[in-house]
Structure formats: C-alpha cells, structure tokens
Design a protein around this ligand. Structure first.
Ligand SMILES: Nc1ncnc2c1ncn2[C@@H]1O[C@H](COP(=O)(O)OP(=O)(O)OP(=O)(O)O)[C@@H](O)[C@H]1O
Ligand SMILES: [Mg+2]
Length: 373
C-alpha cells in the first residue's frame, strides 16, 4: 500500500523536539511530500539550535524509514539566518535574488535559450518530462543542456545513471558531464546519494547561481532546467537571475494537480516569463496486455485548463511502465527507444516548444498523438 502523509504525521506525533514539545506542535515541520515511497520534508529551526536538532533529525529519519513502504527519507534542517547587511529575520527570496542578480537578469555565456520545466506539485513527472524533452530537442538538431535545479531531490544522477563527479577546470570552474549528447549538471553529481541537504534560502540561490555561472556549459541552443516542485526560492531565483525564455508546466489531469499547475503558471506570468505551454503527464493508461485505454485520472483536464487560461497546450504523455522503467534504468525512453511511440510524443512536444521559442506561437496546433498498443 502507498505510504500517506497521514502515516508520516502520526509517526512524527510521537517524537519530541529538544524542548520536549511534540514535533508537530512546534510548527517547524514543512509540508510533507511523499512520492513513491520517498518521503521529504524540512524542519525550520533556529540557526543556533541546529546541533541540538541533528540527533533528533537522525532519529526521525529512522522512525519514518520504519514505516512499511517507505524507501527513502530526506529531512532537511533549514535555518534562517540574517545575511550580511540584512535585517535580522527573514530575507524574502525575491529580495535576495534581486540582490545577487543586480539590476536585472544577465544571460549565461554561450547559452541561447533557457527554459524551465515546472509544476506546482511534486511527483507529477517534471524530471521525466524535462529529460525526455531535452533528448527530443536534441533529436531536432539542437545543442541541449540540462540543469537539475532540484537541489533537495536531484534526479539527473539516477535518470542518466551518472556516478562520476564533474572535473574541475583551473580549480574553480566545473566541467559538465555529457550523456546521450546532452550537457548536464546536477548538485547530485557533487554530493553523496541520500545525504540530507541543509539549504537556507540564500544557499539555494548560491547553489543555483554556481551551477549556472561556474560551469563551462559551452555553446548551447536550449538549456532545459528541471525545477523542484512548488513556487518557492528556486523558482524565483531562476526567474529573476536568468532570462528565462519560457516555462513548460507539467500537470497530471486531476483537479488537485491542476490547481497547483495554475499556481505555477501564475508565478511565471507574475515575473513576466512566458508560459510555453502545458504538458499533461500520466494522461491516460493503455493496458499493455489488452490495449484498452483507461482515463484513470480523468484525461483531458490539463488541455481544458490550458485553454481556459489561454496558454498553449503541448501534448499528452500516457502513463506507461516503459517510461518509468527506462528512466529507472538510466536511459530515458527517447534515448533508449528513439523509434518508439513515446519518443514520437516527446518529439511532438519538443517541436511545439521550439516553435514557440522561435516566436511561432500558434504555428502548430497542439499535437494530438494517440499511441496504439
Ligand atoms: N508518463 C509516465 N508514465 C509512467 N511513469 C511515470 C511517468 N511520468 C513519470 N513517471 C514516474 O513517476 C515518478 C515521478 O516522476 P518524476 O520524478 O519525473 O516527477 P517529478 O515531478 O520530477 O517529481 P519531484 O516533484 O519529486 O521532482 C517517477 O518514478 C517516474 O518514473
Ligand atoms: Mg523531479
């Protein structure tokens, strides 16, 4: 049975903070994200109390790991600390991003267009879409880079089965790794797997800034950025530090995911980043045995939502074991089965993205490819 947030919350209720209060009552625990047996949340603590919390973090991790069905747990202790010259207390992410970005976003040398693949909600398939979209853009003859901006839960090491570490150039700059013709970079290449990462708002920004500006990206037509879920620091940093050519919003068809997708769209529009379009992931299920199609999540929701919000609709990706298995095996479906039906779907989406990047919005109707069993 799938692990639920409720189970995690119940487990946390039995744990005490250093002052003896039950953990959920301290108000320090963030929203709990459970994806596929992986549990992630953060605990915001006072900067001076991090040491006292560390053993508690470890014990929470062990207890949550013991919940049946949990495969991994990542708990970040986040501490807010006033930056130099800042007011004590919280610095707004937007203000911090502006401070590091100067008066406005400057480009990354050699990189022509940067696009973000985002969603409001976790686990809807951003990383899967980002990597296959990148491979499909490559198939269209473009030079493509991929930046894994999900510093809390980086995906690229697994999606591309990358174990090596990037080399440094002259001791200060990093050489990105090249796989399947893509130039890629992830914080996951630099840290051990499962290492709990402690990021404060300003650290999120500097990690992303480094990955953008201290990596020798070389000449790239399109950089695809795999965003973490939500509309927080990382999204704002990206939107404000780099001139994003646009954002691709991934959503599943359910109403709840659509509400989050709407939030994501609104965030990019607020910072004047054009929404290149919406991709409906896990759109429908095609039984590999009998070929029967089931719209398990109420297929079509994202298309309608895109129409309603007047943003382009880019295409539908079915829920299919092949997509998942190839990703898990480190060779995403567009790379491992380039002639297969899924690669076709992703290439049609990539064409829509390229057209819109080239300013040919509306040049092509939203691709509708139906995969036959
Ligand atoms: N179309 C699909 N068919 C089958 N499985 C899929 C599909 N898209 C994604 N998945 C699987 O769903 C899981 C979540 O996908 P993914 O990691 O891409 O989501 P995400 O939105 O990037 O998650 P997070 O918010 O944690 O970053 C993965 O196991 C992935 O292989
Ligand atoms: Mg992801």
């Amino acid at each position: 049975m799938a692990v639920t947030k409720e189970q995690v919350r119940e487990c946390l209720a039995a744990i005490k903070a250093p002052d003896g209060t039950s953990l959920p009552q301290t108000g320090t625990v963030s929203d709990i994200v459970v994806t596929d047996g992986k549990v992630f949340f953060s605990i915001t603590v006072d900067a001076g109390a991090v040491k006292a919390w560390e053993p508690i973090r470890k014990s929470i991790e062990d207890k949550v790991k013991a919940i049946p069905g949990v495969t991994s747990v990542m708990i970040a202790l986040t501490a807010e600390r006033a930056g130099r010259g800042a007011q004590p207390g919280r610095t707004s992410p937007a203000a911090a991003a502006r401070a590091t970005a100067g008066s406005g976003p400057t480009g990354v040398p050699g990189v022509k267009s940067i696009i973000a693949v985002a969603s409001g909600k976790g686990g809807v398939g951003k990383s899967t879409t980002a990597i296959n979209l990148a491979l499909a853009l490559r198939d269209l003859g473009l030079k493509v880079g991929v930046l894994d901006a999900d510093i809390y839960g980086p995906s690229l090491p697994k999606l591309l089965a990358i174990k090596e570490r990037p080399e440094t150039i002259g001791g200060t700059r990093l050489k990105p790794i090249v796989r399947h013709g893509l130039t890629v970079m992830s914080i996951g290449f630099l840290i051990e797997e499962e290492t709990p990462m402690i990021w404060r708002g300003p650290m999120v920004m500097s990690a992303l800034t480094q990955m953008l500006r201290e990596v020798e990206w070389g000449d790239i037509d399109v950089m695809v950025v795999d965003m973490p879920p939500g509309t927080g620091d990382a999204q704002l940093t990206m939107a404000q530090q780099v001139p994003l050519a646009g954002a691709v919003i991934v959503s599943t068809p359910q109403d709840l995911a659509l509400i989050d997708a709407r939030r994501g769209i609104a965030m990019f529009q607020r910072v004047n980043v054009p929404v290149l379009g919406v991709v409906e992931n896990m759109s429908y299920f095609l039984c590999p045995q009998c070929g029967t199609r089931s719209d398990i999540f109420g297929h079509g929701g994202a298309r309608h939502e895109a129409e309603r919000l007047n943003v382009p609709f880019l295409g539908e990706v079915p829920l299919d074991m092949t997509i998942r298995e190839t990703s898990d095996a480190g060779s995403p479906v567009v790379a491992s089965q380039p002639e297969g039906p899924h690669a076709k779907v992703y290439r049609a989406i990539a064409q829509g993205v390229r057209d819109r990047l080239n300013g040919r919005s509306g040049a092509r109707p939203a691709p509708k490819i139906v995969i036959e069993a």
